[in-house]
Design a protein around this ligand. Structure first.
Ligand code: FEO
Length: 170
């Protein structure tokens, strides 16, 4: 059975990952209805990924003899002024997720829960990748500015940028 403090921290993380999935889903709807089909694909895929992050936590909590809690969610913002604002919101959100993961890792060390510490390293690496990708996308958007041609190319290329960030698959 997990230390109760660890179980609570992991369940908070379940909530945050579920909320992340929800936020990406709202972004996907906004992008798709704004004519950014490539960006919508990117956000739909991320909504799925965040759900997988949530499920990994749920399974871990249950396997360690505690009870995962399926959380209530808050309705995410349904609209953005443009791609820049949407991706600024992604970076802000992912930075918050990283902070939360770091707090879980700190707690694992404090209570000497090394199996959970080990499990959380996957999330540490994932956050590094996600924050890096959001920053690269914002750099690309800064170069594009408000030029519609450049934004068209951005939307066409965004899924390729993601594949490049993940590197070659085995
Ligand atoms: Fe799973 Fe992007 O936080």
């Amino acid at each position: 059975m997990l230390n109760p403090e660890i179980a609570e921290a992991l369940n908070n993380q379940v909530q945050l990952e579920a909320q992340s999935s929800h936020a990406y889903l709202a972004m996907a709807v906004w992008a798709e209805t704004s004519g950014y089909d490539g960006t919508a694909t990117f956000f739909y895929r991320h909504a799925e990924e965040e759900r997988v992050h949530m499920l990994k936590l749920i399974r871990f909590i249950n396997e360690r003899g505690s009870n995962a809690v399926v959380p209530a969610l808050v309705a995410p913002s349904p609209a953005f002024t443009g791609l820049k604002q949407a991706f600024e919101s992604v970076l802000e959100h992912e930075t918050r997720v990283t902070q939360s993961i770091n707090e879980v890792v700190d707690l694992c060390l404090k209570v000497k829960d090394y199996p959970t510490y080990n499990f959380m390293q996957w999330y540490v690496a994932e956050q590094l990748e996600e924050e890096g990708l959001a920053r690269r996308i914002l750099d690309r958007l800064a170069l594009a500015g408000d030029a519609s041609g450049a934004l068209y190319h951005f939307d066409r290329d965004i899924t390729t940028m993601e594949a490049e960030a993940e590197g070659p698959t085995a």
